[in-house]
Design a protein around this ligand. Structure first.
Ligand SMILES: Cc1cc2nc3c(=O)[nH]c(=O)nc-3n(C[C@H](O)[C@H](O)[C@H](O)COP(=O)(O)OP(=O)(O)OC[C@H]3O[C@@H](n4cnc5c(N)ncnc54)[C@H](O)[C@@H]3O)c2cc1C
Length: 461
């Protein structure tokens, strides 16, 4: 018989009206009826079972913060690695290789004895029976932390995606890298000047940090690393446009730093278009308002939508699909379910929305772990979630970046050094830190980019 009932008795009853953890949960009828369904091997010793969906910044921070708590944790992720998304654009622009910004989840949690890692794509949650569905797995939980992040969104124009891919996964980054490098290869052999110009025009859509970083890196790639590699084209004549619908790039930064970023982009030769919205994307052009720009390569950095967690949970969501969470990051009516990071719409104590950035996801993960710890140990609960903003950083290219810590604003070289140091510091894994540092040093000295591989199909495939 498949063991579908989980019984446990926590040391202390919860103090905050959370559902009693001492009750036996009913056997989930659907699982019991389904032959061939296996259960995660995480039912141990009657200790509270914590399931964390997603081993991104939020999920991993929660798992780490629960390392000394008498609970059993199951971390479920559809990938076997944690991805450092802030450096994805460097993979997309041939600066780094994928393995330098990803670390196996099992490796990260190998010393944490109370954590088990499961690779599986979650497709649903049964709140009544407290089960997570991932493939054939039915994973029982007492506390659930949903940390499934976000993906890109096209403001209702999903038909643009094939022409203007977004940057969220390793596969997106290697696809964008392929598109960029193939455009140069095709331009080298193209005899029609109009098509050649189209191939050498790159349009980045969205002027937030990712768009700014991608546009700067594509311009640098063309004007330095590729500059003397071709015989029939001059990559330095490449046209890079950055299109932003709002009035300025980097809208979360103070105006002075936005202006500095715009000027730094322009020094690299990027045409910055602000206050202009993209109205259509096709295989050979993009419409920016009424203007048609001929291009073969567009990169989408404009919008994000949360994972489908709201649907699994049958929960209220905001316009971006994010689950609306209570002040303690739990789902209204389900104090055993926490929703954190990019997949949650959370407000700070002053009513401001918590931004979708890595430090916010980490802080939320640690906070959820503290609430669970307090409940399991029968201690006083921490107050509401309070987000502490540490600052904003964005790089534009070699020796150019902006940094805003509120009390300190930096631009140019000092901001760039700080940006590099912060990213190396937060990367997971000593080997990754070392190799990224070496590659950046090499790129700095040689102006070269070591990861210029076209994978997943060449020009004639
Ligand atoms: C290109 C890019 C650049 C960025 N740059 C910065 C930056 O410079 N600074 C910064 O602070 N933030 C940056 N961010 C934002 C930052 O990466 C996110 O805010 C952060 O990753 C959110 O953490 P999270 O834990 O909510 O989700 P994520 O880190 O996205 O993790 C979600 C995890 O859930 C897993 N998952 C998703 N769906 C399922 C499912 N159905 N089943 C199982 N597992 C699932 C995923 O595989 C993933 O491992 C950037 C984001 C992108 C895309």
């Amino acid at each position: 018989m498949i063991p579908v009932t989980l019984l446990h008795t926590p040391p202390h009853a919860p103090r905050d009206g959370a559902p009693p953890l001492v009750a036996a949960k009913p056997a989930p009828p659907s699982a019991a009826r389904s032959p061939g369904i296996s259960h995660a091997a995480n039912v141990r010793d009657g200790r509270p079972q914590i399931v964390i969906i997603g081993a991104g910044f939020g999920g991993l921070a929660a798992a780490h913060a629960l390392r000394n708590v008498p609970v059993d944790i199951t971390v479920v992720d559809k990938r076997n690695y944690h991805l450092f998304q802030p450096l994805l654009y460097q993979v997309a622009t041939a600066g780094l290789s994928p393995a330098q910004i990803a670390s196996p989840i099992r490796g990260i949690l190998r010393h944490q004895r109370n954590a088990t890692v499961l690779m599986g794509k979650v497709s649903g949650v049964d709140r009544a029976s407290r089960l997570v569905f991932a493939g054939t797995q039915r994973i029982p939980y007492d506390y659930l932390i949903v940390a499934t992040g976000a993906r890109h969104a096209y403001f209702g124009h999903d038909e643009w995606e094939p022409f203007a891919p977004g940057l969220k996964k390793i596969e997106d980054a290697t696809d964008i890298r392929r598109r960029i490098l193939i455009a140069f290869e095709k331009a080298e052999t193209e005899t029609d000047p109009a098509e050649r110009a189209r191939l050498l025009t790159f349009v980045v859509i969205g002027g937030g940090p990712t768009g700014v970083e991608v546009a700067g890196a594509v311009a640098e790639l063309a004007k330095t690393a590729l500059a003397s590699d071709f015989r029939n084209i001059d990559p330095r004549l490449t046209r890079v446009l950055l299109v932003e619908a709002g009035p300025r790039v980097l809208p979360v930064f103070p105006e002075s730093l936005s202006g500095a970023a715009k000027r730094a982009l322009e020094r690299l030769g990027v045409e910055v278009r602000v206050g202009q919205a993209v109205t259509a994307c096709a295989s050979d052009h993009v419409m920016v308002g009424p203007e048609r720009i001929e291009t073969r390569t567009m990169i989408w950095a404009a919008g994000v939508a949360a994972s489908p967690a709201a649907r699994w949970l049958g929960a209220e969501k905001d316009r971006a699909g994010r689950v609306v969470a209570d002040a303690d990051l739990t789902l209204p009516g389900s104090p055993e379910i926490f929703v954190i990071g990019d997949t949650a719409a959370t407000k700070d104590s002053n009513g401001a929305p918590v931004p979708g950035i890595a430090p916010a996801a980490k802080q939320a993960g640690i906070y959820a772990a503290h609430v669970i710890k307090a409940r399991v140990k029968g201690r006083a609960l921490p107050g509401r979630f309070r987000y502490r903003h540490l600052g904003n950083l964005a790089t534009i290219g070699r020796k150019a970046a902006v940094a805003d810590f509120g009390w300190l604003r930096l631009r140019g070289n000092p901001a760039w050094v700080l940006w590099g140091a912060a990213h190396i510091f937060f990367l997971i894994g000593f080997r990754n830190r070392l190799t990224v540092m070496m590659d950046w040093l090499w790129a700095y000295i040689s102006y070269q980019r070591g990861s210029r591989l076209i994978t997943g199909g060449g020009p004639d495939d």
